[in-house]
Ligand binder design. Structure first.
Ligand code: SF4
Length: 186
């Protein structure tokens, strides 16, 4: 039965018959785990050039990425679950980036920030990796050169959506393992 909140137009839906009373909530484990994970992201900033400066602005007081539960940056891959790659990645650096990814525990997500990380950007040369998705899987791409902090925040929100809605069994699925195998990751 609906009840009318006093002096407002807000309606509160009553509990279904039989499950009234305090201290009761029905949900699924996927939703609870997703909610906790999405609001406690520990990003690892892999910043190599100018996009990294824009990321610093995103972390600073004005944009304050901490509002999304992501203020705890991790410079150890073993204590991070979101790899944020920002900047030009030289081919010499590619094995290092892949090693950092491999050192992260599952579940892990990857955000590619800016044109350089996503596609090599303006550096269409022999020495620059033409997109980090050539060596590791990427979950969200943020376009721009550099992207504005609002775009980075939008990318984080997209990552949060993915985290919230991901099945806790996904990482064990044959599809996920097949995707990693395409990158030569066991
Ligand atoms: S995308 Fe633009 S701003 Fe970002 S690292 Fe490349 S050149 Fe610098």
């Amino acid at each position: 039965m609906d009840t009318q909140v006093k002096d407002s137009n807000i309606k509160i839906v009553g509990s279904p018959a039989g499950i009234e009373g305090p201290g009761f909530m029905a949900t699924s484990i996927d939703k609870v785990v997703g909610l906790a994970r999405k609001n406690s992201i520990w990003p690892l900033p892999f910043a190599t050039s100018c996009c990294g400066i824009e990321f610093m602005a995103t972390m600073a007081a004005h944009y304050d990425l901490g509002r999304f539960g992501a203020e705890r940056l991790s410079f150890s891959p073993r204590q991070a679950d979101l790899l944020m790659v920002m900047g030009t990645i030289a081919k010499k650096m590619a094995p290092i980036l892949k090693q950092v990814y491999l050192q992260m525990a599952e579940p892990r997500w990857v955000l590619s920030m800016g044109a350089c990380a996503s596609s090599g950007g303006i550096f269409d040369t022999y020495s620059v990796l033409q997109g980090i998705d050539r060596i590791i899987p990427v979950d969200v791409y943020v376009p721009g050169c550099p992207p504005r902090p609002e775009q980075v925040i939008d990318g984080i929100l997209k990552i949060q959506d993915l985290i919230q809605n991901e099945s806790i069994r996904r990482r064990e699925s044959p599809q996920y393992k097949a995707m990693l195998a395409e990158y030569g990751i066991e």
